[in-house]
Design a protein around this ligand. Structure first.
Ligand code: NAD
Length: 427
């Protein structure tokens, strides 16, 4: 296991991919806020990183060695918080970017956390449940010194779920000698999970989507939407948009997309996905290419899958009036500029998908107090937080005549920088 504070990391934007995007966004905000290079470098550098080997005994008796990462980007406003991703595409730079975005998201929503992210390089679909349990327990055990209710609190992300969190909680608790509910969020309800957590990210996405439609004077009842990704975030987003009267005409997953101009029958589609594991092959809609979904003539486009899907090469083809970023980092910096030039309103990830971390915070508060809230209370508090953040970001974007992303990043970065200044530099 290698561990230690990250020092002398480049803070420039020359690195490609999500980390380059994240650094470019920070650099822009820091310039607007008037921060000097040293202050910006402190904000850019990950505070702590660990890369671990995860030896796995497979069900057939062979052994494989997997790699995992945990990055704590910033701890100035509280314990680190961020999801755990299982994907074959995970690498350290991606985890660094996602951890930085978590720092800004927590600050923007004013939850008392820093930002973190974890990842294991694995395609979970290729492994049995028993193998995934062994991977999760070994990874948890390897990063044990970094995590805990007052240190760093993981949650589900791509490829992980409430079962993963239950295994993490159990592994940590067994090693601690007592049950520690507050070490992870996104747990099953029967193990101290919060009511409303599973749907919280999607609910937040839909709050901001509806707020954006209102802002543009578009009636949801006459609006259409396309959702990329049909996992924990995309599926709930499609359902809640449908419930709000928006016609969802297309959804996709990693295997393909389906389209129906009159609106998808979502309960029937969900049934099909539960049976087959994919939206493809469903007889209730036409199959279309994944790229076609991004270019559909809809009011709302919700990328809710992976990073970098709207880029220089396809941004000009986006016809939606509003892009609501359910995923983290789905729009590259160049695409962002192209969309802005064409008047497409982009609701940035650190605002749009923040519902998950808000209710994760509520789950942690409930676990720490051993006092459980009703679903109605959770949802009312979530709505309140999302509405407040939307208003703050909209007001800042009007004041500075900038995009919602720049406004959101500036608000968040300023809060983190203030915490840095007030705490001072030690020693
Ligand atoms: P998930 O694993 O539950 O679902 C991911 C979905 O995206 C799957 O349907 C998968 O098939 C699809 N997908 C993958 N690659 C694709 C591609 N190239 N084109 C179309 N679809 C593709 O993951 P999730 O938890 O729903 O996370 C999705 C995104 O939302 C990620 O960016 C994640 O970081 C972000 N996010 C998640 C949460 C949360 O609470 N789960 C909170 C905030 C942000």
């Amino acid at each position: 296991m290698s561990t230690g504070s990250a020092v002398a990391e480049p803070t420039g934007t020359s690195v490609a991919g999500p980390l380059g995007e994240a650094r470019a966004q920070l650099a822009e905000a820091a310039a607007i806020l008037g921060y000097d290079a040293a202050e910006t470098a402190v904000l850019a550098a990950p505070r702590r990183e660990v890369t671990v080997s995860i030896p796995l005994r497979r069900d057939d008796g062979t052994t494989e060695v997997l790699t995992g990462h945990r990055v704590q980007h910033n701890l100035s406003r509280g314990p680190a918080k961020g999801g755990l991703r299982y994907s074959p595409d995970v690498d350290l730079d991606e985890v660094r970017a996602l951890a930085m975005w978590m720092t800004w998201k927590c600050a923007l929503l004013d939850v008392p956390y820093g930002g973190a992210k974890g990842g294991v390089v694995i395609d979970p679909r290729q492994y049995s449940t028993a193998e995934l349990e062994r991977v999760t327990r070994r990874y948890t055990s390897e990063i044990m010194p970094m995590i805990g209710p007052t240190r760093d609190i993981p949650a589900p992300d791509i490829g992980t779920d409430e079962q993963t969190m239950a295994w993490m909680m159990d592994t940590y608790s067994v090693a601690s000698g007592h049950t520690v509910l507050g070490v992870v969020t996104g747990k099953p309800i029967s193990l101290g999970g919060s009511l409303g957590r599973a749907s919280a990210t999607s609910r937040g996405v839909v709050y901001t989507a509806l707020a954006a439609l209102r802002h543009l004077a578009i009636d949801p009842a006459s609006a259409t939407a396309a959702v990329q990704g049909f996992g924990k975030v995309g599926r709930g987003t499609a359902r809640f948009l449908d419930e709000a009267g928006v016609r969802v005409t297309a959804v996709s997953d990693q295997y393909g997309a389906v389209w129906c101009g009159g609106g998808l029958d979502l309960p029937a589609l969900e049934d099909h996905v539960d049976r087959t594991g994919s939206v493809t092959g469903w007889s209730g809609a036409e199959p279309v290419e994944n790229d076609v979904l991004l270019a559909l003539d809809v009011d709302l486009l919700v990328p809710a899958a992976i990073e970098g899907v709207i880029h220089r090469g396809n941004a000009a083809a986006v016809r939606a009036r509003v892009v609501v970023e359910g995923a983290n980092g789905p729009t590259t910096t160049e695409a962002d500029r192209l969309l802005e030039e064409r008047g497409v309103l982009v609701v940035p990830d650190i605002l749009a998908n923040a519902g998950g971390v808000v209710v994760s915070y509520f789950e942690w508060v409930q676990a720490n107090q051993a006092y459980w809230w009703s679903e109605a209370e959770v949802e009312a508090r979530l709505a309140d937080r999302m509405a407040g953040a939307w208003q703050d970001v909209l007001a800042a974007s009007r004041q500075h005549d900038c995009s919602l992303r720049t406004a959101a990043t500036c608000l968040a970065v300023r809060r983190v920088a203030e915490a840095h200044r007030q705490r001072g530099l030690y020693p």
